[in-house]
Ligand binder design. Structure first.
Ligand SMILES: Nc1ncnc2c1ncn2[C@@H]1O[C@H](COP(=O)(O)OP(=O)(O)O)[C@@H](O)[C@H]1O
Ligand SMILES: CC(C)(COP(=O)(O)O)[C@@H](O)C(=O)NCCC(=O)O
Ligand SMILES: [K+]
Length: 259
């Protein structure tokens, strides 16, 4: 079985692929101090509640938090006796190389999303990922990542308001009933919700104009459904996009005789 690990700046998701389908998805807060032993205790406890044995013989990691990778590598080596593929490292092959400015280290999550979206939707796409940051990844005709946009994530913006303004409380993101808020919480919710609708719409519009093409928009990340309530911003919402991409990249490396 293949263990796919997707580490974002906020959460890390572990998924188990049995060659045909994902058997489980488990989520833990991202913390670079967590040791390989701690990961394993946590995984073993979760596996106890399942109908399958934890029989891992391959691992692939995508991490937007570089410091976490060391302990994840140790986990794979020590407990599963495998050398993990780490997306973005030279020894992990990608079907198509990104075309960006020399020296740019593209977020591995963006490379993985690109591979997954191209596989499912073909060429000429914009992938929007609502994670810690809200990212826009542009996928070219041949499936290459060719750049995009990075905006602060929804929760990061809410947190920044609370941190920077003495009288503003921490507020949960939701779609407000009205645009004109009549109390502080409703005002913040309106600013964030309608602000992000405008942000996504605006960035997509500008990318399409720059490319001179319609381009499909695929959304992923926990907050994507919130922004899809009747606005027709996205062609599809796929919460398993990153995991699908990790599996594809693993299979591609295997086909190429790598690892
Ligand atoms: N279903 C959800 N509803 C509300 N907030 C969510 C949901 N899923 C994730 N979040 C929040 O969205 C932010 C981004 O989460 P996540 O997609 O896991 O980010 P990352 O991949 O960068 O770690 C976090 O603040 C998280 O708490
Ligand atoms: C933009 C990101 C912070 C998004 O990370 P996430 O929200 O998934 O934690 C990450 O993709 C990253 O660190 N990128 C490096 C710069 C780049 O992609 O150009
Ligand atoms: K992300």
């Amino acid at each position: 079985m293949l263990l796919c690990i997707d580490t974002g700046n906020t959460n890390t998701v572990f998924s188990i692929w049995n060659g045909e389908r994902f058997l489980a998805h488990w989520r833990i807060a991202t913390d670079h101090r967590r040791t390989a032993d701690e990961y394993f205790v946590w995984l073993s406890t979760l596996i106890d509640g399942q109908k399958f044995a934890l029989d891992i013989d391959a691992c692939i990691i995508s991490s937007t938090a570089p410091r976490v990778v060391f302990n994840l590598r140790v986990l794979c080596n020590r407990y599963f006796d495998t050398r993990p593929l780490v997306v973005g490292k030279p020894d992990c092959l990608l079907p198509v190389a990104p075309r960006v400015d020399e020296g740019t280290v593209v977020g591995p999550d963006r490379l993985v999303n690109t591979v997954a979206a191209f596989d499912r939707h073909g060429p000429d796409l914009i992938v929007v990922d609502f994670g810690t940051a809200t990212t826009f990844d542009v996928v070219d005709m041949d499936g290459a990542y060719i750049g995009g946009a990075i905006a602060p994530g929804v929760n990061l913006s809410l947190e920044a308001l609370h941190m920077g303004a003495a009288s503003l409380p921490h507020v949960d993101v939701t779609m407000p009933a009205k645009v004109i808020g009549t109390n502080t919480v409703a005002c913040i919710q309106s600013g964030i919700f309608w602000g992000y609708i405008g942000l996504v719409d605006g960035v997509v519009r500008q990318i399409r104009a720059e490319r001179g093409r319609p381009m499909k928009v695929i959304a992923t990340g926990g907050l994507a459904p919130l922004f899809d309530q009747g606005f027709d911003l996205f062609e599809a919402i796929e919460d398993d996009l990153t995991m699908h991409g990790l599996r594809l990249i693993h299979d591609y490396n295997k086909e190429m005789g790598n690892g």
